[in-house]
Design a protein around this ligand. Structure first.
Ligand SMILES: [Zn+2]
Length: 178
C-alpha cells in the first residue's frame, strides 16, 4: 500500500490565504476558527479513529459524505449562520482537494483501499525532512502563515483572537490602504 503524506501547515495556510484575497476580505463576514477547524477536521477525525484502533489514517472523514454530514450538523448547530458554516465547508473541501489523489471521495458508494498511518506525527516529522514534496509544501505553508501574520499584524494574542473570530476588515468597515 502506498504511503500518504500529511501537510498540517499547508492545510491551514492555503484556505487562510484564500480569505486574504481582497475581494473576499472586503465583502464577506467570516469566522476563521471554523475555517481552521474545517481544514483540519478530516485529519483529526481519522487520526482519532486510528488511535482508537478503528479506521485508517485517511478514511471515512476524507469522503464527500462526511463533508456533507458535518456541514449539515454545523449549519444546524449555528442556526444557519453563514459566516460560520460557509468557511467551515470551504475548509473541509480544501482539505480533500489538497489531499488528492489519495482520497476515498465517493466512499461508501465506491470501494477504496484505505490507507493506514500508524503514527501520523512521527510520519509527518520523518517525511518533513526526507520527502521533498512535504518539505516544500510545509515550507510554502510556513511562508504563507508568516505573510498572513505580518499582513494582519498578528503580533499579540488579542489581535490573533480577533483575527480568528471574525473578519475585522468587514466588521470595522476599514478601507484598504492602497
Ligand atoms: Zn487529510
Amino acid at each position: 500500500m502506498r504511503d500518504v503524506f500529511i501537510f498540517p501547515i499547508f492545510h491551514i495556510a492555503i484556505p487562510l490565504l484564500l480569505f486574504e484575497i481582497p475581494q473576499i476580505k472586503k465583502k464577506y463576514d467570516f469566522n476563521r476558527i471554523s475555517l481552521v477547524v474545517g481544514s483540519l477536521l478530516a485529519d483529526i477525525v481519522d487520526k482519532s479513529l486510528l488511535f482508537m484502533g478503528i479506521g485508517s489514517g485517511r478514511g471515512i472523514s476524507h469522503t464527500l459524505l462526511f463533508v456533507l454530514i458535518s456541514f449539515i450538523i454545523v449549519h444546524l448547530a449555528v442556526r444557519g449562520k453563514k459566516s460560520i458554516s460557509i468557511p467551515f465547508l470551504i475548509g473541509l473541501l480544501f482539505h480533500l482537494v489538497l489531499d488528492l489523489p489519495e482520497v476515498p471521495l465517493f466512499y461508501p458508494f465506491i470501494d477504496y483501499d484505505f490507507i493506514y498511518i500508524d503514527d501520523p506525527f512521527g510520519l509527518w516529522l520523518y517525511v518533513l525532512f526526507n520527502e521533498p514534496i512535504v518539505s516544500i509544501s510545509e515550507g510554502i505553508g510556513l511562508v504563507i502563515l508568516i505573510f498572513i501574520i505580518i499582513q494582519n499584524r498578528l503580533f499579540n494574542i488579542k489581535n490573533i483572537i480577533t483575527y480568528l473570530k471574525f473578519n475585522q476588515y468587514k466588521q470595522l468597515g476599514l478601507n484598504q490602504v492602497e
